[in-house]
Design a protein. Structure first.
Lengths: 298, 236
């Protein structure tokens, strides 16, 4: 069992309240996912050639300002870092692939959680309320987000196994359910040079969709292909810099409810995570139908 | 002669202020003793297992949306949800009446033995799965696998049905008014008899849904799965 939450604000005036609206949604899914939680939030994109890297050091103490100095010594670009305990967002005009390589070689204790121009990513083990407090989720701004509370069934409880999973740029996915053929998917993708970071079933789905996006599919087409490639139970919620998308497998064993108003689209595994939202009594409520793709653009 | 019975009182629970456990304890242990037969529940906000396991002639009115298992295992009570219901509404109901005014999620009425479940809106997948004798009336449409392995009871579907309606049915009977995307293994359309039309008329009247019973089709088991066929090659 796991909990998923998603929120996209249509009314730009609500972007400053994105985190505050979301925290009760995430905490509301604690019973479905008490062991870890995570969140991808999409902000206004950084400009030009800049990218953002969400970095996570776990138990390791990292002196982020020193890290920034070391990066500046090797990359002649503008960089800045916004640190929050064991989490930091590095904004840099350097090639993000080169930066990820550099971090792997020079700072292997740091995990790169996401790369993109809009996405910031947080995930950790612990109760959702504690994680929300730890990373200041309440004060996050942005246009949309994808969140998850995890009750591990398929693999270990570690920050790396927590959701959202990311691949490529500005793409993330969370999953409620379990896939039965993740190893086959992985065997298919690895010869294409696609590298995996964990043994988690959800990572296979995330990398499959991202591979299809790089091959030229739009997200809906990629998800459509997933119907025949991914076997198992799932409610997937995905984000790109422009879009929020939800899909359930043909048996729809894993729940989801959508609430839509003129101001927002809110998605959760259960209504109890939506009950606090403004004007919820006037929202249009529905459950996504099996193998139907629902998406909203910012 | 004057009626000396005390007038039954109504009682209100606000789940935004009080606990779900207090509500269910009251419904189980106290309501009948207090002579309270009407209970109004405010702000359910998707909570699970509201009014589960009731065993008395109570009238529970829930104003808002509920989560999993509302009125599960119900006996005798009338439970009305003025909103939508999560998975497993009225699962294993034994008797009484459960009325969901909005839509119901998966497995509504699963394994229900008796009583009447009314869903005014749509029901999601697996409505009436393993039904064991209850009646279900769905005002809207049902998702796939409705009445899967249903053993006894009746399901009236005023709208459409998705895939595999009545798969592996036993003795339960389905009446469907709209389009059926596909029938499940061993389910078949059968002619409507006068008794079928009377049954549909009666269930529609009980549930407050006005349709002409003549518009409904009967789906029941062809009973070809009742006995083992060695040469069936497991291709059902």
């Amino acid at each position: 069992m796991c909990g998923i939450v998603g929120l996209l604000v249509k009314n730009p005036a609500l972007r400053s309240q994105l985190g505050a609206l979301m925290v009760p949604m995430l905490v509301g899914m604690t019973e479905r996912g008490p062991d870890s939680a995570g969140l991808a939030v999409y902000t206004a994109p950084v400009s030009g050639r800049q990218h953002k890297l969400s970095l996570y050091s776990g138990e390791n103490q990292v002196e982020w300002s020193l890290l920034l100095e070391r990066i500046a010594a090797d990359f002649a670009h503008a960089h800045e870092i916004a640190a929050h305990g064991n989490h930091a967002v590095l904004t840099s005009a350097a090639d993000p692939d080169l930066l990820v390589d550099w971090l792997g070689r020079n700072a292997p204790m740091i995990a790169v959680l996401s790369v993109g121009q809009s996405i910031d990513l947080y995930k950790d083990v612990g109760a959702p309320a504690d994680i929300a407090l730890r990373y200041g989720f309440k004060s996050l701004h942005g246009s949309h987000l994808v969140g998850h509370t995890r009750m591990a069934t398929e693999s270990a409880v570690t920050p790396a196994h927590a959701h959202p999973f990311t691949a490529g740029r500005d793409f993330c996915l969370v999953h409620n359910g379990s896939l039965s053929n993740p190893h086959l998917v992985r065997k298919r993708l690895e010869p294409l040079g696609i590298e995996f970071e964990t043994d988690n079933d959800t990572e296979a789905a995330c990398r499959f969709f991202e591979w299809r996006l790089r091959e030229g599919d739009d997200l809906k087409t990629a998800v459509q292909r997933g119907f025949s490639e991914l076997d198992g139970f799932y409610t997937f919620l995905m984000g790109t810099d422009q879009e929020l998308l939800i899909v359930r497998d043909a048996f729809a064993c894993k729940p989801a409810v959508v609430a839509e108003t003129d101001d927002y689209v809110a998605i959760a595994s259960e209504f109890r995570s939506l009950a606090h939202l403004p004007h919820i009594s006037h929202a249009s409520l529905f459950e996504p139908k099996p193998e139907e793709i629902y998406s909203w653009r910012i | 002669m004057a009626n000396l019975r005390p007038v039954p009182e109504a009682r209100e629970f606000d789940l935004a202020r009080g606990s779900l456990r207090d509500l269910n304890l009251y419904l189980h242990k106290q309501a009948a003793a207090d002579g309270v037969s009407q209970i109004r529940v405010k702000n359910p906000d998707g909570a699970h297992s509201i009014a589960c396991g009731l065993n008395a002639d109570l009238d529970v009115q829930i104003h808002g949306h509920v989560g999993y298992y509302v009125a599960g295992m119900n006996m005798h009570a009338t439970v009305t949800v003025h909103g939508n219901a999560g998975p497993g509404a009225a699962e294993n109901m034994m008797s009484g009446r459960v009325h969901v005014r909005g839509f119901a999620s998966t497995a509504a009425g699963a394994s229900a033995h008796g009583g009447l479940l009314v869903i005014d809106g749509d029901a999601s997948l697996r409505c009436g799965i393993s039904l064991k004798g209850a009646d279900i009336v769905v005002g809207g449409s049902v998702g796939s696998f409705a009445a899967f392995m249903a053993q006894a009871g009746r399901i009236v579907i005023c709208g459409d049905a998705e895939e595999a309606l009545g798969d592996s049915l036993y003795e339960a009977v389905i009446y469907v008014r709209g389009r059926v995307r596909s029938l499940g293994a061993d389910a078949r359309f059968e002619p409507m008899a006068d008794t079928d039309r009377a049954a549909v008329k009666n269930l529609l009247a009980q549930s407050g849904h006005a349709h002409d019973p003549a518009e409904f089709r009967r789906v029941a088991s062809a009973k070809s799965l009742y006995h083992w066929h060695a040469d069936a090659n497991q291709e059902y």
